[in-house]
Design a protein around this ligand. Structure first.
Ligand code: NAD
Length: 419
């Protein structure tokens, strides 16, 4: 029987629950999203016509604090995807011990087909539609795939007009000039980078190791730059237009420039830098594979081709449960999304704290605090995996579930009310 994305994601929860003495109430609470709101956003196009777009906001669980999670603009977005991403956010915030629950939002749209003015109207329409459920103490959005700081700025501005006061803490990932945090732009990649560097010895990778990066947006671009700066060799990169491969390595600055003006595939020269099939990137000879695009791109059909010894998931859900099993059998170590890409939400949390206290930190302070969090949560999860003989992913879920269940049980469980 075909499983929904959320049903697939819930198998990770069930796996983790086997390793803890959990009250049934905890699972009952975490099995379903608390609320998902769906609406159609109607905007005026530049030619005067009206067009409508499906949009969602899900608040999956708020036991540990206001819900937190990005807004995605993508033509393939669905409610199932939004709820699954919100489920992952619930666990990610618990992994990092942030005082948040999990949320997510999306608009089913290809933003590349909109003019800048249409994009602004759509972003403002999203905030108008969901302003009742969003708020600095209720639900705090952030950027995700195909949304950026400018869109967050428009949304923050719209929210401030609706509530009649400047309210920067309603959304994170804003432009610096509108209360954004220094260090938020590369936080997702940087968090993964700090985690990787901290575990290099255990993972058997380091400067000189070869890397393939799938997806070259916010997460992929910054990861390429950070890894190249310390001596990792980038041998393959892809974006939505295709992939390129160069055994002797690709220059990170040239890749970033090629992407800025179109696609990384522009670097192909018919010689040392070759265009390869987008899917072939997964099976390129390398030490480290960095999925930084979308969900489910490493699946049953291609997992067996993976040559990398380590996979660091900057994307959310890039490896299906079936592929996870295949990679596990091959001895590939996966640093899972809910830990590896948590740098983004961690610096979003720093942004929210700065907005609320009205006092702003230096980029050095942001980097240092992020490094401390990634290293301490990463080391605890690594140790848990080693002690219990389970995968790093299972350990990350167990680590998070322990914190979630403490919070849920603090409200009283069946045992409390019936004994
Ligand atoms: P982005 O929009 O900046 O970039 C997405 C990139 O993926 C683009 O380069 C696009 O060309 C590429 N792409 C799309 N389809 C592809 C395909 N089939 N094959 C190869 N490349 C493809 O998005 P982003 O913010 O970098 O997000 C990427 C992933 O990281 C997503 O899974 C997102 O949920 C996750 N993530 C992002 C953040 C953040 O702070 N931006 C935080 C946590 C997790």
């Amino acid at each position: 029987m075909h499983q929904s994305m959320l049903e697939q994601a819930l198998t990770r929860l069930e796996d983790a629950a086997r390793h803890l003495q959990l009250d049934q109430d905890v699972l009952e609470k975490l099995k379903y999203p608390r609320e998902t709101t769906k609406t159609r956003l109607m905007i005026r196009m530049d030619d005067g016509s009206r067009k409508s777009f499906m949009a969602w906001r899900c608040r999956y669980d708020d036991t540990r604090g206001p819900t937190k999670g990005g807004i995605r603009f993508h033509p393939d977005s669905t409610m199932d995807e939004v709820e699954t991403l919100a489920f992952w956010m619930t666990f990610k915030c618990a992994v990092m011990n942030l005082p948040y629950g999990g949320g997510k939002g999306a608009v089913q749209v290809d933003p590349h087909l909109l003019s800048k003015a249409e994009l602004e109207r759509l972003s403002r329409a999203y905030m108008q539609a969901f302003a009742q459920i969003i708020g600095p103490e209720r639900d705090i959005p952030a950027p995700d795939v195909y949304t950026n700081a400018m869109i967050m700025g428009w949304m923050a501005d719209e929210y401030s007009s609706i509530v009649g006061k400047v309210s920067p803490a309603v959304i994170t990932g804003k432009p610096i000039a509108l209360g954004g945090s220094l260090g938020r732009d590369d936080a997702t990649a940087r968090g993964g980078f700090y985690l990787l560097r901290h575990l290099e010895e255990q993972l058997g990778v380091g400067p000189g190791s070869t890397v393939a990066i799938q997806g070259f947006g916010n997460a992929g671009t910054h990861m390429a730059r950070l890894l190249a700066d310390v001596g990792y060799k980038i041998v393959a990169v892809s974006d939505s237009k295709g992939a390129i491969h160069a055994r002797d390595g690709l220059d990170a600055a040239a890749l970033i420039e090629a992407k800025r003006t179109g696609s990384v595939t522009k670097l192909a020269d018919g010689g040392a830098v070759r265009v390869i099939d987008a899917d072939a990137l997964i099976g390129v000879e390398c030490d480290l594979l960095v999925p930084a695009a979308l969900e489910d791109l490493i699946h049953e059909g291609n997992a067996d081709t993976v040559k990398a010894r380590v996979v660091i998931e900057l994307a959310n859900g890039p490896v299906t449960p079936e592929a996870d099993e295949i990679l596990g059998r091959k001895g590939v170590i996966i640093l899972p999304d809910i830990l590896a890409n948590a740098g983004g939400v961690t610096v979003s949390y720093f942004e929210w704290v700065q907005n609320r206290q009205g006092y702003y930190w230096s980029v050095g302070e942001i980097h240092e605090r992020l490094k401390v969090s990634m290293e301490s949560e990463g080391a605890a999860i690594w140790e848990l995996a080693r002690q219990r003989g389970i995968s790093v992913r299972a350990a990350a879920y167990v680590h998070a579930l322990g914190r979630l269940s403490d919070a849920i049980e603090a409200h009283g469980t069946q045992q409390f009310f019936t004994s």
